[in-house]
Design a protein around this ligand. Sequence first.
Ligand SMILES: Cc1cc2nc3c(=O)[nH]c(=O)nc-3n(C[C@H](O)[C@H](O)[C@H](O)COP(=O)(O)OP(=O)(O)OC[C@H]3O[C@@H](n4cnc5c(N)ncnc54)[C@H](O)[C@@H]3O)c2cc1C
Length: 326
Amino acid sequence: MMTLPPEVQRRLSEVAGLRVLPGAELRHHTRFRLGGPCWLLADAEAPQAFEAAYRILAGSQLRWTSIGRGTNLIVSDEGYSGAILRYSAHSLETDEDTVIVDAGAELNDLIDFANAHSLAGMEAMAGIPGWVGAAIYGNAGAYGQSINQRVESVRYFDGGSVGEWSNEECGFRYRHSRFKEDKRLQILSARLRFQRGEQAALEGKSAQIRATRDAKFPPAMACAGSIFKNYLWKELPEQARAAVPPDRIIEGKVPAGWFLEQIGAKGMQVGGIRVADYHANLIYNTGSGTTADLIALLTTLKTRARHEFNLSLEEEVQYVGFEDAS
Ligand SMILES: Cc1cc2nc3c(=O)[nH]c(=O)nc-3n(C[C@H](O)[C@H](O)[C@H](O)COP(=O)(O)OP(=O)(O)OC[C@H]3O[C@@H](n4cnc5c(N)ncnc54)[C@H](O)[C@@H]3O)c2cc1C
């Protein structure tokens, strides 16, 4: 494995408040517990450290990327030939119906904070793992709520200066934002607007949803949640549309899991990577899996879906370390 040039590593080590881990094994930083080493992992808890590290990496012409909690990543077995930056600032502040939150706050801490302040609008997202920055990046959501419904504005750093986008400028759609289109833009914080609710009812709802989710995604399960995106009914190819029973169309969407079930995904296994017996869109590492096993399994599923339904399965997860391959 190559490493960062010593000069770049030295400059990063001198940034106050930056924790630098050369050669970090990414399997220790992803929920799937997959992935080889990166050249260096750098953690910044304050904007000054994050911006300084960003400038050094961008100026070095080396490959680098950012990650959050690592719950939505597939990292190559070979790892990542470059540096990885994490922005882990996590403060939460409220002012009447708004919350200002740093990108490195746990989404679940934000939800608990909002519930405790009788702020409604994210209680049904309880149990989605990961940090707020990534939740905005991928417009995370569940049970009829998504983070774009609460975003008023987002502050980001583009390598030169700090900018701010309104909700509209963020270009949100299903599991998408403009931050996905331009990886140079790194989210620093967001202002979210809530409605007034009743604390006990909000906490009750979150607790009930967490219990349901814990049964589906046991907290120790090495996975990335649902692997493939669900479909908007109107965007499905004709062949796929014709096959879907009407009762599987919910709020204009069809779960990818329905198609996966039809093609025999449940219980399929390649090496140490398995599709859950009870959920065709949930793939997990039994403990001995590799990313190569995972890719082989995903490829088989995609081929079958294409063949049987003329359907392109599209990953919800983000890939890291496959840049050379593509
Ligand atoms: C058990 C389980 C259940 C899940 N259920 C759901 C669900 O119901 N709904 C849902 O939407 N998702 C779900 N997910 C997926 C995942 O939780 C979300 O995608 C989450 O937002 C990822 O957060 P993370 O911090 O782990 O991001 P990571 O996986 O570390 O990173 C994801 C992407 O975000 C980018 N990113 C991270 N931080 C920033 C930043 N500050 N600025 C710009 N880009 C950034 C990274 O570059 C990366 O491409 C689930 C995952 C698991 C494991």
